[in-house]
Ligand binder design. Structure first.
Ligand code: PCA
Length: 208
């Protein structure tokens, strides 16, 4: 039986985020045995490069799903993003010094796209494992939303849909209840659970 292939990305550090847990998670899982084939990449926090990097990987590897990760430093749960919005509007520049405010990502394109990941099933799986999880209706208007929208648009533009979406992880916290964030091991467990759900979903829909 062929193995499902999932493209999974994280982001490099940016702004005041000196360690980006999304990078740590992706690098950790890339080294583990996995029932699915993971193609992984760490993206630059750069408007001109990040989405193109993913598009190149899609064309080279033809994955059956795209799972993009980034950190939302002030959140306290794994957040499953529902919607990508057609706007770049950030208060800080990207790592190349580019500040974009109030500009559409793609002109004359739809205002938003839904995630096509099985986020309801992911929510249930994380709840069952006792991992804090929430849905989010807004992935921000910086690089995470930028790649989420750009890649959903890329597929819509080609009249294809494979499961594609974005998950924000919290900043790295410790076990103490006062600190916001979540320990890295728990974040890794959460994302592995999401990969397992995605693999089951692909099995049902694609027979892989
Ligand atoms: N988080 C930022 C960009 C990179 C990342 O990990 C965001 O939420 O847009």
């Amino acid at each position: 039986m062929p193995q499902a292939k999932i493209l999974m990305t994280g982001f490099e550090p940016f702004g005041e985020v000196t360690i980006n847990p999304s990078q740590q998670i992706v690098e950790h899982l890339a080294k583990q045995e996995n029932p699915v084939k993971l193609v992984t990449a760490i993206l630059p926090v750069d408007y001109k490069k990040a989405a193109h990097r993913i598009m190149d990987l899609i064309e080279r590897h033809e994955p059956q799903a795209v799972l993009m990760l980034g950190v939302a430093q002030n959140r306290d749960a794994i957040t499953l993003e529902r919607i990508a919005v057609n706007i770049n509007d950030a208060s800080i520049p990207d790592n190349d010094g580019e500040l974009i405010q109030g500009k559409p990502i793609v002109s004359d394109a739809p205002v938003g796209y839904w995630s096509t990941l099985p986020i309801e099933d992911m929510y249930t799986a994380l709840k069952e494992q006792g991992i804090p999880v929430k849905f989010s209706n807004h992935a921000g208007a910086y690089l995470c939303n930028h790649v989420f929208y750009s890649i959903r648009h890329y597929f819509e533009d080609r009249h294809t849909t494979i499961p594609t979406g974005f998950i924000h992880v919290p900043g790295i916290g410790d076990e103490s209840e006062e600190a916001p964030g979540m320990p890295l091991e728990k974040q890794i467990q959460a994302i592995q659970a999401c990969i397992d759900v995605l693999a089951q979903h692909l099995k049902r829909t694609l027979l892989v």
